[in-house]
Design a protein around this ligand. Structure first.
Ligand SMILES: Cc1cc2nc3c(=O)[nH]c(=O)nc-3n(C[C@H](O)[C@H](O)[C@H](O)COP(=O)(O)OP(=O)(O)OC[C@H]3O[C@@H](n4cnc5c(N)ncnc54)[C@H](O)[C@@H]3O)c2cc1C
Length: 387
């Protein structure tokens, strides 16, 4: 029996695996995809994530571009920018996720790549600490004393309450994420956000002089324009956004990766623990992508969940104790970030007039908002004190 089973090999799952190994646990992690693979993401990695990534995947991190400021460009061309409090990085998920996965394997986590977990079952009933049984799509079964679900925003696990089975909140499924990589975009060293009626598009410099172009669009935009021609993302986006500055920026750019899309994008928070299993990263809640803090929250929450489990296993105190440590620490770390992101969402997705109004004081408002939407290290990480 493993001490810990982790479902999902994105940033949250691999960070949890690495932290669990550091705490001496016997850990196994399952990832449905084969890595590397392209994933819809702005690929902006905030400064809060960098110190730990520097420790575990220094060579991959080194390949990324340094990003020192942020720029917002409204539909009418009105532009405002601000310096980031600390430099961030632009690095593709193609390389980041693979590097984290390899690091987990090198640190003796048992890794199952290209294997989906189909069902989980709590052993001995819901009140018991008897552990978990997992069944993969190809019919293999494994047991573990504890479970972390790090499946991202949208998942289905038989025997475990999953988003696919939940009643969707009002307005759910309104958003679609789309991205591709481009060469030949003149380098600027900033993350650029182009705001328009149907959503926004982010440009971030990544490795090898390339740019990631990623947008979050209202589904109804797609209904109006259709998906035809989306494989040529720049031309398609120019048509959808009617944003002259974005069109200018993408002129002459050459697409070097396939267009990938994701839906539904639900901006929700969930209970971070269910039946003693812990939910980490997007599985526990999805913060608005414009904050650029999703990867950081995934890494931190994955590690926090692993520490909480290590603490409860070492004390023999039962999985509800680990769940309580995790719940409290996670709440302290992200509660404010979610609140502030919700506040900013109203401005960002408002009419062009509202967007312009919000962008005017951007140099100070942007810096403030950016700081307010970061992961907050709990003053006293209860889980850390046990490990
Ligand atoms: C449009 C958009 C732009 C974004 N831009 C940024 C940005 O610029 N910066 C930033 O920090 N964040 C950004 N984010 C958010 C960021 O992508 C996520 O917060 C981050 O990926 C969360 O990591 P995770 O490990 O929780 O989930 P994921 O990265 O989604 O990983 C979950 C993994 O679990 C696997 N999985 C799912 N079900 C199973 C199963 N049953 N068995 C086995 N494996 C399974 C999946 O294949 C997946 O690889 C953006 C998101 C979107 C949608």
């Amino acid at each position: 029996m493993f001490d810990l089973a982790i479902i999902g090999g994105g940033p949250a799952g691999t960070a949890a695996a690495l932290e669990a190994r550091r705490c001496g646990l016997r850990v196994a992690v399952w990832e449905r995809d084969r890595l590397p693979r392209h994933k819809v993401c702005g690929e902006f990695i905030s400064a809060e994530a960098l110190p730990w990534l520097q420790q575990v995947v220094p060579r991959t991190l080194e390949r990324g571009s340094v990003i020192r400021d942020a720029e917002f460009v409204c539909e009418n061309g009105f532009t405002r920018g601000f310096d980031l409090p600390r430099p961030a990085r632009g690095l593709s998920r193609y390389w980041l996720d693979r590097a984290l996965w390899s690091a987990a394997a090198e640190n003796s986590a048992e890794v199952h790549e290209g294997q989906s977990i189909r069902a989980v079952r709590k052993l001995g009933g819901s009140q018991s600490d008897g552990g978990w049984k997992l069944e993969s799509a190809d019919g293999h079964t494994e047991k573990a004393k504890a479970l972390i679900v790090a499946c991202g925003r949208w998942w289905a696990l038989e025997g475990f309450s999953s988003p696919i089975h939940e009643r969707k909140p009002a307005g759910a499924g309104k958003w679609v994420g789309i991205k591709a990589h481009f060469a030949g975009v003149a380098p600027r060293g900033s993350v650029e956000m182009y705001l328009f009626r149907g959503g926004y598009c982010g440009l971030a410099p990544i490795e090898d002089g390339e740019y990631n172009v990623c947008c979050l669009l209202r589904r109804r935009c797609l209904r109006d324009v259709g998906m035809q021609g989306i494989e040529n993302l720049a031309a398609w986006l120019v048509q959808v956004s009617c944003h002259a500055a974005l069109a200018g920026r993408l002129q002459g750019a050459m697409q070097v990766s396939p267009t990938v899309t994701t839906a539904p994008v639900l901006l929700v928070r969930r209970q971070p623990a269910q039946e003693g299993a812990l939910l980490a990263g997007d599985a526990s809640g999805f913060i608005d992508p414009f904050t650029g803090e999703g990867i950081s929250i995934a890494l931190h929450s994955g590690r926090l969940a692993a520490r909480a489990i290590a603490a409860s296993l070492s004390m023999g105190s039962g999985d509800e104790h680990g769940a309580e440590i995790y719940r409290q620490s996670l709440r302290q770390a992200v509660r404010r970030s979610y609140k502030m992101a919700t506040l900013a969402r109203g401005l960002l997705h408002g009419s062009p007039w509202v967007q312009g109004l919000a962008a005017t004081p951007l140099p100070w408002f942007g810096r403030w908002l950016f700081r307010e939407t970061r992961w907050r290290e709990a003053p006293k990480d209860k889980a850390a004190s046990f490990t």
